[in-house]
Structures are given as structure tokens and as C-alpha cells.
Design a protein around this ligand. Structure first.
Ligand code: KG4
Ligand code: ZN
Length: 327
């Protein structure tokens, strides 16, 4: 079995995965959303302190499996440095005391492998990764051959929902809140600009749209609940349209056999519906990770770790480092 740890942002999570069967034996996550909600976003210092409380609590519940562990895996990049450090420190201590190898897992690969929890990997697959930190199109041919073909120039898809929610003091994380309010709103009331509409390039940008929303909010001054719902709906429509326009552009040159959407923001119903339609039209099979594995979790880290274990991709406790950005 492999014990995996995830602490790259505001979720403390530990999983135990069976290497041979890929079965998830144990999985627990303690989310910090409530604690960060008052600040309208993740406060790194606070997140680190909460991981220090939560991770040992979860670890305590996994003691019965210690004798069966063949490796310890941990997210070491990308993420917030102070929170990554908490998971990595715990993983180093476990690997040393149990005398088993250490596996350093890339968080983005984790999101991709969230599709394959308790299953064999379905590759090649083109993947849309939408989370709080990333908006990317990735061509995943195999475990060793993954190419990022589009990324965001500024804010990410999920982050833009968080920021719009913050502007209207709606709470954190903004994604589910904005999505919910949108259902009561008029998506055609505000004509927010769809980013990079005229650009032939396949890339993303959310700062312009975010600023357009900010200006509209400032114009209205005292927002009624109807105003808030209409802003959410009109913003969500523009944000999803931006992604869809770029994906349609991608499909013009490459029609993938398999397409998948992963990451915390892949829970967005509006985006899922639009992608379903596009994939149906092109006979592309659409894969979605289960809702419980969309947001950050250690089960997906454990699933990647199986691949690394089989390839003996280990790292020594002196060499493991943390990286805040993608390399
Ligand atoms: O993958 P994740 O849990 O953490 C990161 O690695 O960033 O993603 C969290 C992000 C947050 O920005 C959150 O607002 C967004 O995903 N999110 C959504 C939805 N649910 C979560 N964004 C749009 N619509 C949603 N339904
Ligand atoms: Zn994530």
C-alpha cells in the first residue's frame, strides 16, 4: 500500500491506496474553506497552521496500515510553499521512521489521475484542467508524455469565480456560490466581454473579464440580490464562453478520441453541459472525474504514486524540494 498526503492549498488530505488493485483503502480530507471564507480567499499562513492541526489527526486514523506501507507519497509542487512544506515534512518523517521510499507527486498530474482512481488510465486523452490555480489544455499521451498546449496568461478560471464572489462579499470559494446564484439570475443582463475573442491563439485570460465585472459593480453601488444574481449569471456565461471558444478552436485542428475535464472548477455544471454538447457533436468520449475527486484530495495523489512506484521514481529525503510554480 501507499500512503499519500496532499496539502498544496487549503485541503488537508491523506489516502491509502493498494498498489496492485488500485483500490482506495482509506481516504479522508479536512477542508479549510470555512476558515478562509471570512477573508474571501486562502490566507497561506492560516492554511499552514490548519494543516499542522489536521494532518496528524488524519494520520492517527491510518496507523493500522503502517506495517503494510511500501512507500509514502506527497504533493511537492505546485502550490503554496508554506502549506506544501507541512505535507512534505510529514512525509519525510514517515519515510524515515518506517524506512520506506518517498515519492514526490506533481499536483497537476494528480488532478489528471483523479480520472483514474480505482481504474486503469485511459490515455491518450486531451484534458481541460480548471482549478483555483490553473486553466490548461493538456495533451496526455501517456504517463511520461504530457504536453501543456494552452494556459492562462493571468488569473485562472476558478480564481476568477473566487474574485467575483469576493467583490460582492459572497464568501469563499466563489465557484459554487456564483454557480448557485447564477441559476436565479439573468445571464443576458450584462454584456461582459468574452476574453481574447478575436485572438487566433489558444490561450486564456481572465483579468479583463474580472475588471469589467468590477466596473459594473462600482457603477451600481448598492447591489440588490437580483443585481448579484444577474452579475453572477452574466459573468459565468462569459467565463465559460471563453473556455468553449478556445476549445472549439482546438477541435478545429485536433478531434480527440477522449476528452476529460478535471480540477476543482470542473464541478461547474454550465461548463460540463457545454462540453458534453461539443463532445457529442464530434463523437469524442467525455470523461469527468467524480465530484468528490474534482477538488484537491490525496486519493488522486495516491493514484499517480502507483505509476511512480512501478517506475521506481523515488526521491531521497535530502533531495525532495517544493516548487510553488509548474516546472
Ligand atoms: O482544484 P481545487 O480544489 O484547488 C486548486 O488546486 O486550485 O479548485 C478550487 C477552485 C476554486 O477556485 C473554486 O472556486 C473553483 O475551483 N470551483 C468552481 C466550482 N466549484 C469549485 N468554479 C466554478 N464553478 C464551480 N462549480
Ligand atoms: Zn488542485
Amino acid at each position: 500500500m501507499i500512503l499519500s498526503i496532499e496539502s498544496s492549498c487549503d485541503d488537508s488530505s491523506i489516502a491509502i491506496t493498494d498498489i496492485k488493485t488500485k483500490k482506495l483503502i482509506f481516504h479522508k480530507k479536512i477542508s479549510q474553506e470555512l476558515q478562509h471564507s471570512a477573508y474571501g480567499g486562502v490566507v497561506p499562513e492560516l492554511a499552514a497552521r490548519l494543516h499542522i492541526e489536521a494532518l496528524p489527526k488524519i494520520l492517527e486514523e491510518t496507523k493500522e496500515y503502517f506495517s503494510k506501507l511500501k512507500a509514502v507519497a506527497v504533493t511537492n509542487s505546485p502550490g503554496l510553499s508554506v502549506t506544501l512544506m507541512e505535507g512534505v515534512t510529514m512525509a519525510k518523517a514517515l519515510a524515515t521512521s518506517l524506512d520506506i521510499p518517498l515519492i514526490a507527486v506533481n499536483h497537476l498530474k494528480g488532478h489528471i489521475y483523479s480520472l483514474f482512481i480505482e481504474k486503469e488510465a485511459i490515455l491518450p486523452c486531451t484534458i481541460l484542467l480548471v482549478s483555483g490555480g490553473h486553466t490548461q489544455i493538456i495533451e496526455a499521451n501517456s504517463y511520461d508524455d504530457m504536453k501543456i498546449i494552452a494556459t492562462t496568461m493571468d488569473d485562472s478560471f476558478g480564481e476568477s469565480f473566487d474574485k467575483v464572489a469576493k467583490m460582492m462579499s459572497l464568501g469563499y470559494p466563489g465557484g459554487p456560490i456564483v454557480q448557485e446564484l447564477s441559476q436565479k439570475g439573468d445571464e443576458n443582463r450584462f454584456d461582459f466581454p468574452i476574453p481574447l475573442r478575436q485572438s487566433p491563439k489558444i490561450e486564456f485570460s481572465y483579468s479583463g473579464l474580472k475588471n469589467a465585472v468590477r466596473l459594473e459593480i462600482e457603477k451600481i453601488k448598492e447591489l440588490s440580490s437580483k443585481d448579484k444574481a444577474d452579475i453572477c449569471a452574466s459573468f459565468q456565461k462569459a467565463a465559460v464562453s471563453h473556455i468553449m471558444q478556445k476549445i472549439k478552436k482546438y477541435f478545429k485542428t485536433t478531434i480527440p478520441k477522449n476528452f476529460a475535464i478535471v480540477g476543482g472548477a470542473s464541478a461547474n455544471i454550465y461548463l460540463r453541459k457545454e462540453l458534453e454538447q461539443l463532445c457529442n457533436k464530434h463523437n469524442t468520449t467525455l470523461y469527468l472525474s467524480q465530484l468528490k475527486y474534482c477538488s484537491d484530495n490525496a486519493a488522486m495523489i495516491g493514484r499517480v504514486a502507483i505509476e511512480q512506484f512501478e517506475r521506481e521514481e523515488f526521491v531521497s529525503i535530502n533531495e525532495i524540494d517544493i516548487q510553488t510554480r509548474i516546472k
